[in-house]
Design a protein around this ligand. Structure first.
Ligand SMILES: [Zn+2]
Ligand SMILES: [Zn+2]
Length: 126
């Protein structure tokens, strides 16, 4: 657990996993209900964050349709920068399938191939 600044309200909070948002702002994030996305505007989230969430959801769908796409292809097709995608991967919000092993990441500690996040399950458990 580490203390981070919430991307939306700028308060300090204890970050466990997921996006850099405090518990209150997490509640404002769009929910995926039965495959449909429900983005609540004027919910207190900044316009920028709502746009980011819209893209995040689009990309998640894109990855399920094109499991072999590379980061650059995903970024180009969805109008985001590759670094944004890396950010989501590090936040553990995007995960790649078995078929897209070439875009998997290496654990920052032991170098094992992982699908998302910074560390493999073993190193994370420590
Ligand atoms: Zn917040
Ligand atoms: Zn590891």
């Amino acid at each position: 657990m580490e203390v981070k600044v919430c991307k939306n309200c700028r308060r300090l909070f204890n970050h466990i996993n997921g996006p850099d948002l405090c518990q209150e702002c997490m509640k404002l994030l769009p929910k995926e209900e039965e495959g449909r996305v429900n983005i609540r505007l004027n919910s207190g989230l900044s316009r920028l964050l709502v746009e980011e969430e819209e893209k995040y959801i689009k990309i998640k769908e894109y990855i399920t349709i094109y499991p072999n796409a590379t980061i650059v292809q995903i970024a180009d097709a969805n109008g985001v920068t590759p670094s944004k995608i890396f950010e989501w991967i590090r936040e553990d919000r995007l995960e790649f399938s078995e078929e897209s092993k070439e875009v998997w990441f290496t654990c920052m500690k032991c170098g094992t191939k992982i699908k998302s996040g910074r560390y493999c399950a073993q190193c994370r458990g420590k």
